[in-house]
Design a protein around this ligand. Sequence first.
Ligand SMILES: C[S@@+](CC[C@H](N)C(=O)[O-])C[C@H]1O[C@@H](n2cnc3c(N)ncnc32)[C@H](O)[C@@H]1O
Length: 218
Amino acid sequence: MTIPIPYELRDDLYRRPLAAALERLGDMTGFRCVDVGAGGGDVSVALAELCGERGRIYAVDIDPVRRNEIASRAARFSQVVALTQAAEELTLPEAVDLAFCRFLLLAVQEPRLVVERMVATTRPGGWVIIQEPITSAGRVGRSPISMDAPAVRDAEIGAQVLELLSACRVEIREAWVESPAGMGDTPVARYLEAMSGSLVVDEQIILPPLLTAIAKVL
Ligand SMILES: C[S@@+](CC[C@H](N)C(=O)[O-])C[C@H]1O[C@@H](n2cnc3c(N)ncnc32)[C@H](O)[C@@H]1O
C-alpha cells in the first residue's frame, strides 16, 4: 500500500535540482513564469521569490483543490496567480519568459501535447525547464525502484523528455540527471516509504532521479 507523498518532503529532497536549474537563468527579476501542474505551489513560491513583485507567476493545475492550496500558500505574494486549467489546454493572458514543470508529465495522458503547449506559451528567447523522474533508475540496494500509483501514467517519462523537446522549436541548452540518496532513517527513506509502503533503513537508497532539461525557445 502507498500513502500520498507529502509535498514538504518532496520539496526538500528535490530542492537542489530546482535551485540548480533556476540558477542557470541568472537574474529573473520581473520574469513572467508559468508553473504547470503546480501542485502544492512549492515551485511557484520559489519563482515568486526570484522574480520579485514586478514578476508574475501563473500557477496552473487541473485540480481545483490545488488552486485554493496555492492561493493560501502564496498569499503573501501578490504576483502569484493560481489558475485551474489542464496543461494540454494551457492558455495564458500573455507570453511568459519561463514555462516550468516538475513531476507533471508522468501524470498526463499526452506529454507531447503538454510540452508543445509549454513551448507555445513562451516568448521567443524565453525558457522551458522540465524536471521529470526516471523511476527505475532509482535503487534500493541493487534493485531498481518501481512505482505503481493510480495518478502515475508513465513513471519513466524522464527518459523521453529530450526527445519530446527536440520535436519543438527549441534549442536544448543543458540537461542532467540528479537524485537524492541516503541510508538509515532519513527523509530519503521516508519518501521511499510513501512511494512503496515499506520503510527501508538497512540498505542504500537512491531515489528516482530527476532529468532536468533547460531549453531556449527559438
Ligand atoms: C505530483 S504533483 C507535482 C506538483 C509540483 N509540480 C511539484 O513538483 O511539487 C502533479 C500535479 O500535476 C497536476 N496535474 C495532473 N494532470 C494534470 C494536467 N493534465 N494538467 C494540469 N495539471 C495536472 C496534479 O493535479 C498535481 O497537482
